[in-house]
Design a protein around this ligand. Structure first.
Ligand code: AMP
Length: 118
């Protein structure tokens, strides 16, 4: 059984969070430290630590994340202007919370995907 993170408490509504969508398989809530006018995290309700832990059983919920992301982008008024989905996997990607999540970012021009270094 994968170890729970703070996201499980958010999903179970044990700690306060700005939940914008929830169903039986996934939850979406606003990032506490937003990097853009819209910054929402979309997470499976069950713990999958990283993309590397994904199995075939997760395909339905992971696919649904895209349907919900598109719906939320419409609701947020950022669909026409464009938006970005990001998934960090592991240390080199800077993953902080080991409960797989998709960042939905938009509401301003987001610039190049990666900062140039060197
Ligand atoms: P990552 O680096 O991809 O693991 O992103 C983790 C994200 O979770 C960061 O953008 C954090 O700001 C966000 N985060 C951490 N704790 C909370 C929380 N309690 N509520 C909402 N977002 C959170």
């Amino acid at each position: 059984m994968a170890e729970e993170t703070i996201f499980s408490k958010i999903i179970r509504r044990e700690i306060p969070s700005d939940i914008v969508y929830q169903d039986d398989v996934l939850t979406a809530f606003r990032d506490v430290n937003p990097q853009a006018p819209t910054h929402i995290l979309i997470v499976p309700n069950h713990v999958i630590p990283t993309v590397s832990d994904v199995t075939a059983d997760d395909e339905m919920v992971l696919g649904k994340i895209f349907t919900v992301a598109a719906k939320l982008a419409e609701q947020e008024g950022i669909a026409a202007g464009g938006y970005r989905l990001i998934v960090n996997c592991g240390a080199d990607a800077g993953q902080e919370v080991y409960h797989l999540h998709v960042h939905l970012l938009g509401g301003r021009p987001l610039g190049p995907m990666l900062h140039r270094s060197g």
